[in-house]
Design a protein around this ligand. Structure first.
Ligand code: BG6
Length: 448
């Protein structure tokens, strides 16, 4: 039996309740050789039982999983003095691998790391790992400061920087889809691909996260991390993707080659100002952004790259759309311009869709684009692990594939800073909830 302790800073937060606890429950259910003790840490005084009720919300606790609580505040070091004892009592003498999950604002990461280092890392019988949640800082400078703080207390091999989009089935599959299908990889360049669009559209607004969101906005909340990470897997050049160092370097090069040329539009949903009126009246935070990027990599010169994300939109959907260059079809029944599209749906389903042109049966033999679809979530739904399950599982295995390293984040922040600089000159355009975003314009002109 493998024993693990998951110590969560931010133990009463949304992420713990909605994502981490269900993920641990699934992991333990699926692996009869795994036992996990969860220890949540929060400022609110709660009994162990109240905490369990709060987290489980009526669901059962599987055998081999326990839940505990410690009341403490890292801003008041005295209140953390009993943490070591608490962890040891939770582990009841079993040598356990410890994961410290930092599900708090990045502003507390330095303090938390110091607290962990001073109280709880003497377990030489097993590992100590830290998972930190995005956003990592609010610009390049704050990211680097934060990174230095983390590195003072932990080695790089102990730090796991999570981006849950990397753990979503479709995103995790990008490289396999590309490299196992010569059909795709042989045309994976600007000679054949005119445009790459990555979109994460949400139906919900910012809900109870106004404090965080208003200081962050769509670019820092989604583009800097989820969208750029996904894009790096689409753009990267490599022939040996499974080797950690070449894989990492290829991702870094992909982001490093990107540049922003002021092609952006941003929006704010109507009603957002009412939601934030107590914290920031007249806020100009963007809840929608669509921007165009270019790559200096000769492989991608001339391919338009569009990233789009927004809240309170018409539909909840996330996808990657690869648009192939058109050609003229002289032998078709009605000669004209035709092109193909490959769409990798990230959610709600994980379909792979290829649009091809064909003539439909019938007298007129008209040419029509038709979709060839593979729907893994329809066929294997119950086996599709949630992103946070994958994050915890890979961290327990010591596998960094789904995590980001400091250099990737540093250059992603450099690019993001250049986008944010541009935003200072613009006000977001108001859009209607349930729409497709602000009505005007488009991120870019014609692709070459
Ligand atoms: C988070 C953002 O990282 O991702 C949220 O902070 C966003 O604002 C969420 O809603 C989207 O994730 P998912 O998995 O629901 O698409």
């Amino acid at each position: 039996m493998q024993h693990y302790t998951l110590i969560i800073f931010g133990g009463t937060g949304d992420l713990t309740r909605r994502k981490l606890i269900p993920a641990v429950r699934e992991l333990v259910r699926k692996d009869p050789e795994m036992a996990v003790s969860v220890l949540g840490i929060g400022r609110t005084p709660l009994s162990g039982n109240d905490y369990k009720t709060l987290l489980l919300q009526g669901e059962d606790l599987p055998p081999r999983m326990t839940i505990h609580y410690y009341t403490g505040n890292v801003m008041e070091p005295d209140s953390m003095a009993g943490l070591r004892e608490k962890i040891e009592s939770v582990e009841s003498g079993m040598p356990a691998g410890r994961i410290f999950y930092l599900a708090t604002s990045y502003k507390l990461f330095g303090r938390i790391a110091k607290c962990i280092r001073s109280c709880c890392t003497e377990n030489d019988k097993f590992f100590t790992r830290i998972i930190a949640e995005k956003p990592f800082g609010s610009d390049r400078k704050s990211f680097n400061r934060l990174n230095e703080e983390l590195k003072t207390h932990f080695t790089e091999s102990q730090i796991y920087r999570a981006d849950h989009y990397l753990a979503k089935g479709t995103v995790d599959n990008i490289l396999r889809t590309r490299f196992s299908n010569p059909l795709f990889e042989s045309v994976w360049n600007s000679g054949f691909i005119s445009r790459i669009t990555i979109a994460v559209e949400e139906k919900l607004g910012v809900a109870n996260r106004t404090g965080y969101y208003d200081q962050t906005g769509a670019i820092k909340d989604m583009v800097q991390n989820h969208l750029l990470q996904t894009l790096s897997l689409i753009l990267m050049n490599t022939t040996r993707p499974l080797e950690e160092s070449s894989f990492r370097q290829a991702k870094i090069n992909a982001i490093d080659n990107l540049y922003f040329d002021h092609e952006i539009r941003t929006g704010q949903y109507r009603g957002y100002l009412d939601e934030v009126q107590n914290i920031n009246p007249g806020s100009e935070t963007e809840t929608f952004a669509e921007l165009k990027l270019h790559s200096r990599d000769p492989r991608w010169k001339g391919t338009g790259i569009v990233l789009r994300t927004g809240k309170k939109l018409k539909k909840r959907q996330a996808y990657i759309e690869i648009e192939f260059r058109g050609t003229s079809c002289s032998v078709c029944p009605e000669p004209g311009h035709v092109s193909n599209k490959l769409i990798l749906h990230i959610q709600p389903l994980q379909n792979v869709e290829l649009t091809i042109n064909t003539t439909l049966p019938g007298e007129k033999a008209e040419l029509k684009p038709v979709k060839m679809t593979f729907c893994p979530t329809c066929e294997f739904r119950s086996n599709t692990p949630e992103a946070y399950e994958m994050i915890l599982k890979e961290c327990l295995r010591g596998n960094k594939r789904l995590f980001m390293n400091a250099e990737e984040l540093d250059i992603a922040w450099r690019l993001t800073d250049s986008i944010l600089e541009d935003l200072k000159e613009r006000k977001p355009v108001i859009y209607e909830p349930g729409s497709t975003g602000p009505a005007d314009g488009n991120a870019g002109g014609q692709d070459q």
